[in-house]
Design a protein around this ligand. Structure first.
Ligand SMILES: Nc1ncnc2c1ncn2[C@@H]1O[C@H](COP(=O)(O)OP(=O)(O)OP(=O)(O)O)[C@@H](O)[C@H]1O
Ligand SMILES: [Mg+2]
Length: 367
């Protein structure tokens, strides 16, 4: 048979009650054993030999007075103490129970659960705050995971459906093997290959397996290489590309290939989101602890609510449009991982739709 489990409130109350009972028992014992003897001695000292009948009477009076006082005083104190103990024990146990229930909710997948501040001291409040922060983080991870799976499914559906249609046509003997067929098939397999590569890259980057080869490099050299690589595509679309590196910048410690990848992605995004006739400016400036590289465009801009999310995997601010443009929403996630691996930081800013966007990368100065 299982013993009934005693909760926190019960244990706290039992402990308090035990202390009170021991206190009361000690008080009673001392009063009964030591009190009368002491009174007797004092009585002798004051008045010498007393009539035994009188002495007996006086001692009797003493005993009954102390007994009544003790019984009433100790009884009242005991009742009050037990009541307060019960109250405190319940107040302390309630938030623990609430926390346990909330944790069980989260274990069951209800990530929206939060606990209120119990208001019984800073310790409990900070436990509740930490719990809520953890729950929010878990909810976010879960949302990202769902979106990732949904996106992957969506991303793969079109190429697979296309290839399937061609295979079925070939099986039925109605396939036309012309130039177009191969181009379509190659485009679709290419799309899948790029997706797989992107996913592999972002996983590697986020697991810190990038294998950086940092060298001391002048920021202007990083800009030059990135601008040179992008120049032709910008010219083809009719978007102006300008470069400016402040003089006397410190060298940074960076893997030129990886930072090149970051800048290429930023320039790629800027070009994709800037209409012909717009301009994109790439700059390098001194920053308190290093160098700030910035890619600023005069294009579509980004809504404030999207800004905090653009660095997440598969996040696209304008889903339909960006998907048509072939982006899978991974470029900035890779960029952020690479920059973090360099000990730097990356940020996005925009004044809103139609008002352009600026992406900045801060790299620490080489020692
Ligand atoms: N310069 C920009 N102007 C406006 N929106 C931008 C800009 N750069 C990025 N974004 C938004 O941020 C989203 C994420 O960018 P990211 O580079 O991660 O993905 P992508 O360019 O869509 O795809 P990929 O880079 O993987 O091919 C983009 O889909 C776009 O909505
Ligand atoms: Mg991109």
């Amino acid at each position: 048979m299982r013993r009934p489990r005693v909760g926190l409130a019960g244990r706290l109350f039992a402990a308090q009650a035990m202390v009170l009972l021991v206190g009361a028992a000690t008080l009673g014992l001392v009063t009964v054993l030591a009190g009368p003897a002491m009174f007797h001695t004092h009585l002798r000292q004051i008045s010498g030999d007393v009539d035994p009948a009188l002495a007996h009477h006086v001692e009797q009076a003493y005993t009954s007075a102390t007994t009544v006082a003790l019984a009433v005083g100790a009884g009242t104190a005991l009742c009050a103490a037990l009541a307060v103990s019960a109250l405190v024990a319940r107040r302390v146990a309630a938030p623990v129970r609430q926390l346990a229930a909330a944790a069980a909710d989260i274990a069951d997948g209800r990530y929206g659960t939060r606990v209120g501040a119990p208001g019984i001291g800073a310790d409990f409040d900070s436990v509740a705050a930490s719990f809520n922060a953890m729950a929010a983080r878990l909810a976010h991870v879960e949302a990202t995971r769902r979106r990732l799976l949904a996106d992957l499914g969506h991303e793969l559906r079109t190429p697979i459906a296309t290839i399937e249609a061609y295979v079925e046509a070939a099986q039925d003997g109605v396939a036309v093997e012309d130039e177009d067929t191969w181009t379509v098939l190659a485009t679709q397999t290419d799309r899948m290959r790029r997706l797989v590569e992107d996913i592999a890259a972002v996983s590697r980057a986020e697991e810190h397996q990038l294998d950086l080869r940092p060298v001391r490099v002048a920021p202007a050299d990083l800009l030059d290489a990135a601008v040179l690589a992008a120049r032709a595509r910008y010219a083809a679309k009719g978007v102006g590309l300008h470069e400016h590196a402040a003089p006397g910048l410190p060298r940074v410690s960076a893997d030129p290939q990886r930072i090149g990848q970051v800048l290429a992605n930023l320039l790629d995004n800027a070009l994709r989101h800037t209409p012909p006739g717009g301009r994109v400016t790439v700059t390098a400036e001194a920053e308190r602890d290093g160098v700030r590289l910035a890619v600023a465009d005069t294009g579509d801009g980004i809504r404030a609510e999207h800004l905090p999310h653009v660095f997440e995997r598969f996040y696209r601010a304008d889903t339909a449009r960006d998907r048509d443009h072939g982006g899978s929403g991974i470029g900035l996630a890779v960029a952020r991982a690479i920059v973090a691996e360099h000990g730097g930081r990356i940020a996005a800013a925009s004044d809103g739709p139609g008002r352009g966007a600026t992406f900045t990368v801060v790299l620490p100065a080489a020692r």
